[in-house]
Write a protein that binds this ligand. Structure first.
Ligand SMILES: C[C@](O)(CO)[C@H](O)COP(=O)(O)OP(=O)(O)OC[C@H]1O[C@@H](n2ccc(N)nc2=O)[C@H](O)[C@@H]1O
Ligand SMILES: Nc1ncnc2c1ncn2[C@@H]1O[C@H](COP(=O)(O)OP(=O)(O)OP(=O)(O)O)[C@@H](O)[C@H]1O
Length: 300
């Protein structure tokens, strides 16, 4: 018994014995219109979010000493600036929780890719630690907290495909076809701020509504022209992909996507472009992997 107790207290925390592991999935912006600008410079959007079954994984264990420690560094991001750490501290502060956390990240989503990796990591941290710490905040409260860190975080917290307005936080859930997507990853990381501050960005697309958007057979992203102007890698990737599928930018890029009726057809194109362009194939999801995993946890 003594031996076991000693082992338990001296074994360093590791992701292999983490108390909770959860996915942080990617999103696509199936269309993105910029319809105006707020006084603080943030852009008013109309966008259709769908999740992908393609995800980072986060591992969490609670700590008694209140410290938040992310054991996996993200290239170019200081520990305390990482959205995972910032989200954990925000929840800790707002819920007056005395517990801390050890956190590990298995990174799969490209950074600066427009598929929301950082935002999704933050959302999974809010939802995951709320579960582990039993802080019992509602999803609405967690989404409001997330919005203070980034415009894309609420949709990941809520976990439902949605038509979004405002800066991306006014969400109406939608049921979309769950197509297979080929997602190309051009070899550039794009700063969202750089694209949103470009003078040439279209900012006056006429307002539409969810019914019109869902009826339209072709969609567009207002950020695409500016991204193509700054990044020849993205423009060339689009030209290549458009030989096979109607391809479009997600978010502020750099990733591009095209829809397919099944996995095989998407994989064939992925294979055909593989020497020129990195890509992955993933299924669209109206309920995010995070929320499907939580549902399974609560059932078992
Ligand atoms: C492009 C999208 O990914 C579409 O889903 C999002 O609008 C971006 O969301 P995000 O990465 O969470 O963005 P934030 O971290 O909140 O903001 C990054 C920068 O993008 C600009 N920004 C962001 C969202 C928005 N609706 N208008 C903006 O002008 C702001 O200059 C901000 O400084
Ligand atoms: N855990 C994290 N993972 C990735 N990036 C992070 C993380 N924490 C902070 N960041 C910062 O956030 C920036 C945006 O990263 P992210 O990969 O989410 O971009 P993105 O996919 O273009 O996001 P979005 O579509 O939400 O604009 C990165 O350049 C990085 O500096």
């Amino acid at each position: 018994m003594m031996h076991n107790a000693t082992l338990t207290t001296t074994t360093p925390p590791s992701k292999d014995n983490a108390q909770l592991s959860l996915p942080a999935p990617a999103k696509l912006n199936l269309m993105l219109h910029i319809v105006g600008r707020r006084d603080d410079g943030y852009h008013l959007l109309q966008t259709l979010f769908q999740f992908l079954d393609y995800a980072d994984t986060l591992h969490f264990s609670a700590r008694d000493d209140g410290k938040i420690i992310l054991h996996t560094p993200v290239d170019g991001v200081a520990h305390d600036n990482n959205l995972i750490v910032r989200a954990a501290r925000l929840l800790q502060h707002n819920s007056h929780c005395h517990l801390g956390a050890d956190i590990w990240l298995d990174k799969k989503l490209p950074i600066g890719g427009g598929i929301g990796g950082g935002s999704s990591n933050a959302a999974t941290t809010l939802v995951g630690l709320n579960h582990l710490w039993q802080t019992r905040l509602s999803l609405d409260a967690l989404a409001d907290l997330g919005l203070t860190l980034g415009a894309d975080i609420p949709v990941f917290v809520k976990g439902r495909a949605a038509f979004a307005e405002g800066v991306g936080e006014k969400l109406q859930p939608v049921e979309l076809p769950e197509s297979w997507y080929l997602v190309a990853v051009p070899p550039v990381s794009i700063s969202t701020e750089k694209i949103f501050s470009d003078k040439g960005l279209t900012r006056n697309t006429p307002m539409t509504n969810i019914r019109t958007v869902l009826k339209q057979s072709s969609q567009h992203n207002d950020c695409q022209a500016v991204v193509e102007k700054h990044y020849p890698e993205v423009r060339n990737a689009l030209i290549l992909l458009n030989n096979y599928v109607d391809a479009r930018l997600t978010g502020t890029g750099s990733c591009l996507f095209g829809g397919f009726p099944n996995e095989e057809q998407a994989a064939i194109v992925a294979n055909q472009i593989s020497e020129k362009l990195q890509s992955f194939v993933a299924k669209g999801a109206n309920i995010s992997m995070l929320h499907r995993t939580l549902q399974n946890l609560s059932e078992h």
